[in-house]
Design a protein around this ligand. Sequence first.
Ligand code: SF4
Ligand code: SF4
Ligand code: SF4
Length: 352
Amino acid sequence: MTDIYEKLARHLDHLPAGFPATESGVELRILRRLFSEEEAGIAMQLTMRAETPADIARKMDRDAGGLAPVLEKMARKGLIFRSKKDGQARYSAAQFVVGIWEYHVNDLSEDLVRDMNEYIPHLIKKSWIKHPTKQLRVVPVTQSVSAEMKVMPYEQAEEIISSQSKIVVAPCICRREHELIGEGCGKLMEACLIFGASAYYYEENNLGRTITQDEAREIINQGLSDGLVLQPGNSRKPSNICLCCGCCCQILKNLKTLEKPAKAVSTSWVAAADEDLCTACSVCVDRCQMDAITVDDHARVDPDRCIGCGLCVPTCEYDAMALHEIDADKHYVPPRNTVATYLNLARDRGLI
Ligand code: SF4
Ligand code: SF4
Ligand code: SF4
Protein backbone atom coordinates (compact mmCIF):
# COMPACT_ATOMS: atom_id res chain seq x y z
CA MET A 1 0.00 0.00 0.00
CA THR A 2 1.27 3.51 -0.85
CA ASP A 3 2.17 5.32 2.36
CA ILE A 4 1.35 8.95 3.11
CA TYR A 5 4.91 10.12 2.37
CA GLU A 6 4.89 8.53 -1.09
CA LYS A 7 1.60 10.34 -1.77
CA LEU A 8 3.05 13.63 -0.53
CA ALA A 9 6.15 13.12 -2.72
CA ARG A 10 3.90 12.65 -5.75
CA HIS A 11 1.94 15.76 -4.80
CA LEU A 12 5.13 17.84 -4.52
CA ASP A 13 6.30 16.47 -7.87
CA HIS A 14 3.08 17.78 -9.44
CA LEU A 15 3.93 21.35 -8.36
CA PRO A 16 5.82 23.37 -11.04
CA ALA A 17 9.32 22.99 -9.51
CA GLY A 18 8.96 19.21 -9.08
CA PHE A 19 10.19 16.67 -6.55
CA PRO A 20 11.49 13.76 -8.66
CA ALA A 21 11.59 10.25 -7.20
CA THR A 22 14.89 8.41 -6.73
CA GLU A 23 15.62 4.69 -6.75
CA SER A 24 17.08 4.90 -3.23
CA GLY A 25 14.02 6.64 -1.79
CA VAL A 26 16.14 9.32 -0.07
CA GLU A 27 13.45 11.90 -0.86
CA LEU A 28 10.96 9.94 1.29
CA ARG A 29 13.45 9.85 4.16
CA ILE A 30 13.70 13.65 3.89
CA LEU A 31 9.90 14.05 3.98
CA ARG A 32 9.68 11.77 7.04
CA ARG A 33 12.22 13.98 8.83
CA LEU A 34 10.22 17.14 8.05
CA PHE A 35 6.51 16.19 8.18
CA SER A 36 4.42 14.26 10.71
CA GLU A 37 1.84 11.94 9.11
CA GLU A 38 -0.94 14.42 9.91
CA GLU A 39 1.04 17.29 8.35
CA ALA A 40 1.77 15.21 5.25
CA GLY A 41 -1.96 14.52 4.83
CA ILE A 42 -2.83 18.23 5.11
CA ALA A 43 -0.02 19.42 2.83
CA MET A 44 -1.36 17.14 0.09
CA GLN A 45 -4.64 19.08 0.07
CA LEU A 46 -3.00 22.42 -0.73
CA THR A 47 -2.36 23.87 -4.18
CA MET A 48 -0.42 26.93 -5.37
CA ARG A 49 -3.62 28.97 -4.90
CA ALA A 50 -3.90 30.67 -1.50
CA GLU A 51 -6.99 29.52 0.45
CA THR A 52 -8.52 30.36 3.81
CA PRO A 53 -8.62 27.71 6.58
CA ALA A 54 -12.40 27.49 5.99
CA ASP A 55 -11.89 26.66 2.27
CA ILE A 56 -9.31 23.99 3.11
CA ALA A 57 -11.43 22.55 5.94
CA ARG A 58 -14.38 22.23 3.52
CA LYS A 59 -12.26 20.22 1.07
CA MET A 60 -11.08 17.95 3.86
CA ASP A 61 -14.45 17.67 5.55
CA ARG A 62 -12.90 19.01 8.77
CA ASP A 63 -13.78 21.64 11.30
CA ALA A 64 -12.20 25.00 10.29
CA GLY A 65 -11.71 26.05 13.93
CA GLY A 66 -9.63 22.94 14.61
CA LEU A 67 -7.70 23.08 11.32
CA ALA A 68 -6.65 26.77 11.45
CA PRO A 69 -4.04 26.41 14.25
CA VAL A 70 -2.60 23.27 12.59
CA LEU A 71 -2.18 25.16 9.29
CA GLU A 72 -0.52 28.06 11.10
CA LYS A 73 1.85 25.67 12.91
CA MET A 74 2.75 24.05 9.58
CA ALA A 75 3.43 27.49 8.05
CA ARG A 76 5.70 28.34 11.00
CA LYS A 77 7.56 25.06 10.49
CA GLY A 78 8.14 25.96 6.81
CA LEU A 79 6.01 23.13 5.42
CA ILE A 80 3.45 25.31 3.64
CA PHE A 81 3.29 28.97 2.55
CA ARG A 82 1.27 31.66 4.35
CA SER A 83 0.16 34.97 2.85
CA LYS A 84 -2.35 37.50 4.15
CA LYS A 85 -5.29 39.26 2.51
CA ASP A 86 -7.29 41.88 4.42
CA GLY A 87 -5.48 40.71 7.57
CA GLN A 88 -6.66 37.12 7.15
CA ALA A 89 -4.16 34.27 6.78
CA ARG A 90 -4.35 32.15 3.64
CA TYR A 91 -2.32 29.04 2.99
CA SER A 92 -0.92 27.48 -0.16
CA ALA A 93 1.44 24.65 -1.06
CA ALA A 94 5.16 25.33 -0.79
CA GLN A 95 7.35 23.83 -3.49
CA PHE A 96 10.26 21.76 -2.26
CA VAL A 97 13.09 23.84 -3.83
CA VAL A 98 12.88 26.87 -3.83
CA GLY A 99 10.56 26.69 -0.81
CA ILE A 100 10.32 24.06 1.94
CA TRP A 101 14.07 23.42 1.93
CA GLU A 102 15.02 27.10 2.22
CA TYR A 103 12.41 27.62 4.97
CA HIS A 104 14.41 25.16 7.12
CA VAL A 105 17.55 27.31 7.20
CA ASN A 106 17.34 27.65 11.01
CA ASP A 107 16.33 24.05 11.57
CA LEU A 108 19.07 21.87 10.07
CA SER A 109 20.55 18.65 11.38
CA GLU A 110 23.57 16.76 10.07
CA ASP A 111 21.41 13.79 9.00
CA LEU A 112 19.04 16.04 7.06
CA VAL A 113 21.93 17.83 5.35
CA ARG A 114 23.55 14.52 4.33
CA ASP A 115 20.24 13.31 2.88
CA MET A 116 19.84 16.59 1.00
CA ASN A 117 23.38 16.40 -0.38
CA GLU A 118 22.48 12.96 -1.71
CA TYR A 119 19.16 14.13 -3.15
CA ILE A 120 19.85 17.59 -4.61
CA PRO A 121 22.10 16.52 -7.54
CA HIS A 122 19.21 14.25 -8.65
CA LEU A 123 16.67 17.09 -8.24
CA ILE A 124 18.83 19.55 -10.18
CA LYS A 125 19.41 17.05 -12.98
CA LYS A 126 15.78 15.96 -13.34
CA SER A 127 13.94 19.19 -12.56
CA TRP A 128 16.32 22.11 -13.14
CA ILE A 129 18.73 21.36 -15.97
CA LYS A 130 16.28 19.32 -18.04
CA HIS A 131 13.66 22.07 -18.55
CA PRO A 132 14.10 25.42 -20.32
CA THR A 133 12.47 27.53 -17.56
CA LYS A 134 14.67 28.04 -14.49
CA GLN A 135 13.63 29.40 -11.09
CA LEU A 136 16.72 31.63 -10.93
CA ARG A 137 18.71 33.52 -13.57
CA VAL A 138 22.12 35.19 -13.56
CA VAL A 139 22.58 38.98 -13.79
CA PRO A 140 25.91 40.77 -14.17
CA VAL A 141 27.39 42.68 -11.23
CA THR A 142 26.94 46.43 -11.83
CA GLN A 143 30.69 47.04 -11.83
CA SER A 144 30.96 44.87 -14.97
CA VAL A 145 28.26 46.73 -16.90
CA SER A 146 29.36 49.15 -19.62
CA ALA A 147 27.29 51.78 -21.46
CA GLU A 148 27.22 49.64 -24.64
CA MET A 149 25.57 46.74 -22.83
CA LYS A 150 22.11 48.38 -22.61
CA VAL A 151 20.99 46.35 -19.58
CA MET A 152 17.35 46.52 -18.52
CA PRO A 153 16.38 47.54 -14.94
CA TYR A 154 15.38 43.92 -14.15
CA GLU A 155 18.95 42.87 -15.09
CA GLN A 156 20.51 45.01 -12.34
CA ALA A 157 20.42 43.98 -8.68
CA GLU A 158 20.48 47.61 -7.48
CA GLU A 159 17.49 48.52 -9.70
CA ILE A 160 15.53 45.51 -8.46
CA ILE A 161 16.25 46.60 -4.87
CA SER A 162 15.14 50.18 -5.62
CA SER A 163 11.64 48.96 -6.47
CA GLN A 164 11.11 47.05 -3.19
CA SER A 165 9.12 48.31 -0.21
CA LYS A 166 9.80 45.25 1.97
CA ILE A 167 13.18 43.48 2.11
CA VAL A 168 14.32 40.71 4.46
CA VAL A 169 17.82 39.25 4.49
CA ALA A 170 18.10 35.58 5.47
CA PRO A 171 21.04 33.25 6.04
CA CYS A 172 22.21 31.29 3.01
CA ILE A 173 21.08 27.69 3.52
CA CYS A 174 23.64 26.32 1.05
CA ARG A 175 26.60 27.81 2.97
CA ARG A 176 25.02 26.99 6.34
CA GLU A 177 24.52 23.32 5.44
CA HIS A 178 28.12 23.03 4.21
CA GLU A 179 29.34 24.69 7.41
CA LEU A 180 27.35 22.21 9.50
CA ILE A 181 29.22 19.26 7.98
CA GLY A 182 32.62 20.96 8.22
CA GLU A 183 32.81 22.05 4.57
CA GLY A 184 31.99 25.78 4.93
CA CYS A 185 33.67 28.34 2.66
CA GLY A 186 33.51 31.32 5.07
CA LYS A 187 31.85 33.61 2.52
CA LEU A 188 28.99 36.01 3.33
CA MET A 189 26.33 34.15 5.34
CA GLU A 190 23.45 36.67 5.35
CA ALA A 191 23.08 36.55 1.58
CA CYS A 192 19.48 35.79 0.58
CA LEU A 193 17.48 38.95 -0.15
CA ILE A 194 13.74 38.27 -0.04
CA PHE A 195 11.04 40.68 -1.26
CA GLY A 196 7.27 41.27 -1.05
CA ALA A 197 4.90 38.59 0.27
CA SER A 198 7.80 36.16 0.74
CA ALA A 199 9.60 38.77 2.87
CA TYR A 200 6.59 38.98 5.22
CA TYR A 201 6.58 35.15 5.47
CA TYR A 202 10.30 35.14 6.31
CA GLU A 203 9.82 37.90 8.90
CA GLU A 204 6.85 36.20 10.60
CA ASN A 205 8.76 32.89 10.70
CA ASN A 206 11.92 34.53 12.13
CA LEU A 207 13.91 33.31 9.12
CA GLY A 208 15.66 36.64 8.58
CA ARG A 209 15.65 40.33 9.50
CA THR A 210 14.03 43.30 7.79
CA ILE A 211 16.52 45.70 6.20
CA THR A 212 16.48 48.96 4.23
CA GLN A 213 17.30 49.35 0.55
CA ASP A 214 20.69 50.85 1.52
CA GLU A 215 21.51 47.84 3.69
CA ALA A 216 20.52 45.54 0.81
CA ARG A 217 22.87 47.47 -1.53
CA GLU A 218 25.66 47.10 1.06
CA ILE A 219 25.06 43.32 1.09
CA ILE A 220 25.35 43.29 -2.73
CA ASN A 221 28.71 45.10 -2.38
CA GLN A 222 29.94 42.59 0.19
CA GLY A 223 28.86 39.82 -2.18
CA LEU A 224 31.01 41.37 -4.91
CA SER A 225 34.05 41.40 -2.57
CA ASP A 226 33.44 37.73 -1.72
CA GLY A 227 33.04 36.82 -5.40
CA LEU A 228 29.37 35.81 -5.21
CA VAL A 229 27.19 35.34 -8.30
CA LEU A 230 23.95 37.38 -8.40
CA GLN A 231 20.99 35.08 -9.04
CA PRO A 232 17.59 36.81 -8.86
CA GLY A 233 14.30 34.95 -9.26
CA ASN A 234 13.63 34.32 -12.93
CA SER A 235 11.07 37.05 -13.56
CA ARG A 236 10.94 40.78 -14.24
CA LYS A 237 9.53 41.18 -10.72
CA PRO A 238 11.65 38.70 -8.76
CA SER A 239 10.76 37.80 -5.18
CA ASN A 240 14.41 37.22 -4.24
CA ILE A 241 18.06 37.74 -5.11
CA CYS A 242 20.51 35.00 -4.12
CA LEU A 243 24.22 35.73 -3.72
CA CYS A 244 25.84 32.44 -4.56
CA CYS A 245 29.25 30.77 -4.46
CA GLY A 246 30.36 27.99 -6.80
CA CYS A 247 31.49 25.82 -3.86
CA CYS A 248 28.29 25.60 -1.72
CA CYS A 249 25.38 26.79 -3.90
CA GLN A 250 23.55 23.61 -4.79
CA ILE A 251 22.66 25.04 -8.19
CA LEU A 252 26.06 26.44 -9.22
CA LYS A 253 27.89 23.47 -7.70
CA ASN A 254 25.89 21.05 -9.82
CA LEU A 255 26.01 23.26 -12.94
CA LYS A 256 29.77 23.32 -12.58
CA THR A 257 29.91 19.55 -13.11
CA LEU A 258 28.39 19.98 -16.60
CA GLU A 259 30.57 20.31 -19.69
CA LYS A 260 28.55 23.36 -20.82
CA PRO A 261 27.02 25.14 -17.78
CA ALA A 262 26.23 28.20 -19.92
CA LYS A 263 23.55 26.18 -21.76
CA ALA A 264 21.69 25.55 -18.49
CA VAL A 265 21.56 29.18 -17.31
CA SER A 266 19.29 32.10 -18.26
CA THR A 267 21.73 34.88 -19.14
CA SER A 268 22.46 37.26 -22.04
CA TRP A 269 26.14 37.89 -21.40
CA VAL A 270 29.51 36.25 -21.89
CA ALA A 271 32.98 37.44 -20.85
CA ALA A 272 36.01 37.72 -23.14
CA ALA A 273 39.59 38.94 -22.54
CA ASP A 274 41.36 41.42 -24.82
CA GLU A 275 44.63 39.64 -25.57
CA ASP A 276 46.48 42.92 -26.23
CA LEU A 277 45.62 44.30 -22.77
CA CYS A 278 45.85 41.05 -20.79
CA THR A 279 49.07 40.57 -18.76
CA ALA A 280 48.25 36.93 -17.91
CA CYS A 281 48.19 37.80 -14.17
CA SER A 282 45.48 35.11 -13.53
CA VAL A 283 43.49 37.16 -10.98
CA CYS A 284 40.33 36.45 -13.00
CA VAL A 285 40.82 32.67 -12.73
CA ASP A 286 40.12 32.69 -8.96
CA ARG A 287 37.16 35.04 -9.35
CA CYS A 288 35.36 32.69 -11.73
CA GLN A 289 32.93 30.33 -9.97
CA MET A 290 32.46 28.25 -13.14
CA ASP A 291 36.09 27.41 -13.99
CA ALA A 292 35.50 29.16 -17.31
CA ILE A 293 38.90 30.91 -17.56
CA THR A 294 42.30 29.49 -18.44
CA VAL A 295 45.48 31.54 -18.85
CA ASP A 296 48.48 30.83 -21.06
CA ASP A 297 49.98 33.83 -22.87
CA HIS A 298 46.66 35.59 -22.11
CA ALA A 299 43.31 34.77 -20.48
CA ARG A 300 40.80 32.74 -22.48
CA VAL A 301 37.12 32.38 -21.53
CA ASP A 302 35.29 29.22 -22.50
CA PRO A 303 31.89 30.57 -23.68
CA ASP A 304 30.28 27.21 -22.95
CA ARG A 305 31.23 27.59 -19.27
CA CYS A 306 30.75 31.35 -18.81
CA ILE A 307 27.42 32.27 -17.16
CA GLY A 308 27.83 36.05 -17.62
CA CYS A 309 28.07 36.94 -13.91
CA GLY A 310 30.72 39.63 -14.55
CA LEU A 311 32.73 38.82 -11.40
CA CYS A 312 35.97 38.65 -13.38
CA VAL A 313 35.55 42.15 -14.87
CA PRO A 314 36.03 44.71 -12.03
CA THR A 315 39.04 42.89 -10.52
CA CYS A 316 41.01 43.00 -13.79
CA GLU A 317 43.42 45.89 -13.14
CA TYR A 318 44.30 46.12 -16.82
CA ASP A 319 40.73 46.51 -18.15
CA ALA A 320 41.32 43.46 -20.28
CA MET A 321 38.18 41.54 -19.31
CA ALA A 322 34.71 42.67 -20.45
CA LEU A 323 31.20 41.33 -20.86
CA HIS A 324 29.55 41.13 -24.29
CA GLU A 325 26.03 40.31 -25.38
CA ILE A 326 25.77 36.69 -26.56
CA ASP A 327 23.18 37.47 -29.23
CA ALA A 328 21.35 40.82 -29.47
CA ASP A 329 18.48 39.15 -31.36
CA LYS A 330 17.96 36.62 -28.58
CA HIS A 331 18.45 38.85 -25.53
CA TYR A 332 16.98 36.97 -22.57
CA VAL A 333 13.71 38.50 -21.33
CA PRO A 334 12.45 36.79 -18.15
CA PRO A 335 8.75 36.05 -17.59
CA ARG A 336 6.60 38.99 -16.43
CA ASN A 337 6.27 37.84 -12.82
CA THR A 338 6.80 34.79 -10.60
CA VAL A 339 3.35 33.35 -11.39
CA ALA A 340 4.22 33.44 -15.12
CA THR A 341 7.54 31.68 -14.36
CA TYR A 342 5.73 28.88 -12.53
CA LEU A 343 3.18 28.54 -15.35
CA ASN A 344 6.04 28.23 -17.87
CA LEU A 345 7.72 25.65 -15.66
CA ALA A 346 4.45 23.69 -15.33
CA ARG A 347 4.11 23.76 -19.16
CA ASP A 348 7.73 22.60 -19.61
CA ARG A 349 6.99 19.64 -17.35
CA GLY A 350 3.71 18.77 -19.10
CA LEU A 351 1.63 19.50 -15.98
CA ILE A 352 -0.77 21.87 -17.78
S1 SF4 B 1 24.09 29.67 -2.26
FE1 SF4 B 1 22.75 30.96 -3.36
S2 SF4 B 1 20.94 29.67 -3.83
FE2 SF4 B 1 22.02 28.73 -2.15
S3 SF4 B 1 20.91 29.60 -0.38
FE3 SF4 B 1 22.84 30.72 -0.72
S4 SF4 B 1 22.20 32.48 -1.77
FE4 SF4 B 1 20.50 30.99 -2.02
S1 SF4 C 1 42.73 39.57 -14.59
FE1 SF4 C 1 42.80 40.68 -16.52
S2 SF4 C 1 44.97 40.89 -16.99
FE2 SF4 C 1 44.81 39.31 -15.43
S3 SF4 C 1 44.69 37.39 -16.61
FE3 SF4 C 1 42.59 38.05 -16.23
S4 SF4 C 1 42.05 39.24 -18.03
FE4 SF4 C 1 44.27 39.05 -18.03
S1 SF4 D 1 34.24 34.13 -17.02
FE1 SF4 D 1 33.53 33.36 -15.07
S2 SF4 D 1 33.56 35.15 -13.68
FE2 SF4 D 1 33.72 35.92 -15.80
S3 SF4 D 1 31.58 36.37 -16.36
FE3 SF4 D 1 32.04 34.29 -17.06
S4 SF4 D 1 31.35 32.96 -15.39
FE4 SF4 D 1 31.49 35.02 -14.55
